[in-house]
Design a protein around this ligand. Sequence first.
Ligand SMILES: Cc1cc2nc3c(=O)[nH]c(=O)nc-3n(C[C@H](O)[C@H](O)[C@H](O)COP(=O)(O)OP(=O)(O)OC[C@H]3O[C@@H](n4cnc5c(N)ncnc54)[C@H](O)[C@@H]3O)c2cc1C
Length: 510
Amino acid sequence: MLKTVQRQAASSVLRPLRSRFASPSTFYIADRQSRRGYSSESGEHDVVVIGGGPGGYVAAIKAAQLGLKTACVEKRGALGGTCLNVGCIPSKSLLNNSHIYHQIKHDIKQRGIEVDNVRLNLDQMMAAKDKSVKGLTGGIEILFKQNGVDYVKGTGTITGENEVKVKPIDGGEEISLKTKNIIIATGSEATPFPGLEVDEKKVITSTGAIALTEVPKKMIVIGGGIIGLEMGSVWSRLGAEVTVVEFLDAIGGPGMDADIAKMAQRILGRQGIKFKTSHKVLSGDASGEGVKLEIESVKNQKKDTLEADVVLVAIGRRPYTEGLGLENVGIETDERGRIIIDQEYRTKHENIRVIGDVTFGAMLAHKAEEEGIAAAEFIKKGYGHVNYGAIPSVMYTHPEAAWVGQSEQEVKASGKEYVVGTFPFLANSRAKTNLETDGMVKFIADKETDRVLGIHIIGPNAGEMIAEGVLAIEYGASSEDIARTSHAHPTLSEAFKEAAMATYDKAIHA
Ligand SMILES: Cc1cc2nc3c(=O)[nH]c(=O)nc-3n(C[C@H](O)[C@H](O)[C@H](O)COP(=O)(O)OP(=O)(O)OC[C@H]3O[C@@H](n4cnc5c(N)ncnc54)[C@H](O)[C@@H]3O)c2cc1C
């Protein structure tokens, strides 16, 4: 009953949109569509979302919550996209459990706990990962039901401004969805390395790296970005000899502050990961039992050959638009394959919007989610909000690295005068109690106004702690605002406060 009332309210709000975006023939076909029995009520949707990842499923739920009749088309057979099925969630499950294994083997003796006969049961570790994935993807299906989103299992192709045709995954008859609005959220895929064919066994992407059936003796990771370092950490902790080859002279990718990247490399190096920074991979040969890579120093062109049982290609991800039918409606992509949009996520067709990895910005699940909500709000209300200056990044290695806002190198390049304040976890009472003292918190603030420009953390629980930094940046806080805010003792977050103190004045404990 409530839903009907909401829908009536929605349709009155949407009347202007209707006349703007839909032709009379669209409605005619829509009515025929409903007679075929697929769609409910009028047969026409207000919104069809293509892609059920964090961008798409969140957009669909928000659109439905706003009273829009919504369908979400997903071809994977499970909701949650890359993130839940082969990305964030499975990788974090393996990171968490491999850390526990590694800690039991190498760290807990000093804590007064002695355990004999520690053995790895990789099958069980993978089963635990699969269980989390299944629970979470199934949970989204329940959310769809609760919110009244039509879940359409199949490959969606845009055939016109107001039509998405779906080829069902079970091989059934093609379905035509008539809609006033389309949200494209088709995500991304791993960028292949030229000349190295991915078989997800010997030459793997992150998808293979979350599903290996045995621990490789030697693993080479091509690319020292976040995904490469996270997956390299997992297999290094489980016993593989891991070498990371990175073209740049630092790990972590472009957003990571140089001080944090240096510290991360030192700490991960101590954990056993070898780094070949400033090296490029020239070619690869997977024809033998293992894989051979020819690499070359960027600095002196010296060549070298590396061999491994498994090579993980982690050189980045690229937008995924295969089979989407962009050509049917003349929608363009840029030179990197990203769908071109305006600030309201609109393509050249006002009713076709694009969010998440398939368009501009950081390829992060929470960024896609924010855009999903904003895109639905733009459709219903005409306004939405995402603060791209306050999107956090987290690398879930041990310790974690997390940051928000600008890095010191970015602030320097902008020409702005700034101050930096840091605080080491070595001087934090909780970190010392927990015997987890690696890392630091670093603030960068505007020299004149003290407004916080960037916060960078490497240390225990950095990924949780950065939430405070995100709020600070969102609300335009000064470092003094944070320094004068009480933080519970003894907590790791006192290091956050002390770094803020060190920025506008002086820290107490360092
Ligand atoms: C190993 C790994 C670890 C990661 N860890 C993190 C992390 O810790 N934190 C973080 O924020 N991000 C992480 N990411 C990135 C994150 O997964 C992505 O940024 C996020 O999933 C993007 O969401 P999306 O909705 O844009 O696209 P996706 O999640 O890629 O979803 C797109 C969906 O669209 C479907 N699709 C594509 N074309 C069609 C079509 N024509 N018809 C129907 N369906 C279609 C696909 O099957 C897919 O399910 C990680 C990625 C990887 C690979």
